[in-house]
Design a protein around this ligand. Sequence first.
Ligand SMILES: NC(=O)c1ccc[n+]([C@@H]2O[C@H](COP(=O)([O-])OP(=O)(O)OC[C@H]3O[C@@H](n4cnc5c(N)ncnc54)[C@H](OP(=O)(O)O)[C@@H]3O)[C@@H](O)[C@H]2O)c1
Length: 181
Amino acid sequence: MAAPPPRTVLVTGCSSGIGLAVAVQLARDPQRRYQVVATMRDLSRRGPLEAAAGETLGETLRILRLDVTSDSSVAECLGGVPGGRVDVVVNNAGVGLVGPLEAATGPQIQRVFDTNVFGVLRLIQALLPQMKQRRSGHIVVVSSVMGLQGVAFNDIYSASKFAVEGLCESLAVQLLRFNIL
Ligand SMILES: NC(=O)c1ccc[n+]([C@@H]2O[C@H](COP(=O)([O-])OP(=O)(O)OC[C@H]3O[C@@H](n4cnc5c(N)ncnc54)[C@H](OP(=O)(O)O)[C@@H]3O)[C@@H](O)[C@H]2O)c1
C-alpha cells in the first residue's frame, strides 16, 4: 500500500530553542511523514536552523518568515505554503518577562501578550477555516507550567500562558466535532 502524502507542519519561532529542535526532529523523520515549514520572524537568524537541518533543507524542511504579531506576516507566510495547506501548526513562538510587576513597562507587557496570546490567536484564526473545511488538523500550543501555576516575578508571562490554557481548553471541545485535535 502506498504511503500517505506527507503532512505539512508549520512551526513558529524556529530561530532557537524548542521550535528549532521540533522542526529539525520532524524534518529528519526516517519515514519522511512531514514537510516542515520552519518559520522565524527574522530570517537573518536562520544560521543555527540551517546548520541543524543539514541535508533536510529544501527537502523536508523549508524556512519562511513569520512574525506572529503581524496579520500581514501571517498572510504572507501562508501564501508561501504550497496550496496554503497546513495540516499541523505548532504555536511555539513565545517571549518571557521576569521581574517585579511595577518595573515592567507597558510596551514590555504588550509584547508578551502580543506574542504569547494574540500571536497564537492570530495563527489559529487564520488556519481554522481550512482545517474545518477539511475536517482534519492538529493545533499544538506550547504553554508552560506557568500556565497552570503562577510563579513569583513571572506575573505577566504566567498571565499570558494562563490565557492560552483557557483558549485551548475552550477550543478543544468545539473542535473535536471537526476532527481537529
Ligand atoms: N525553555 C523553557 O524552559 C520553557 C518552559 C516552558 C515553556 N516554554 C515555551 O516554549 C516556547 C519556546 O521557548 P524556548 O525556550 O525555545 O525559547 P527561545 O529559544 O527564546 O525561542 C523563542 C522563539 O520565539 C521566537 N519569537 C519571539 N517573538 C516572535 C514573534 N513575534 N514572531 C515569531 N517568533 C517569535 C524567537 O525568535 P527570535 O529569535 O527572533 O527572538 C525564538 O525563535 C515559548 O512559547 C516558551 O514560552 C519554554
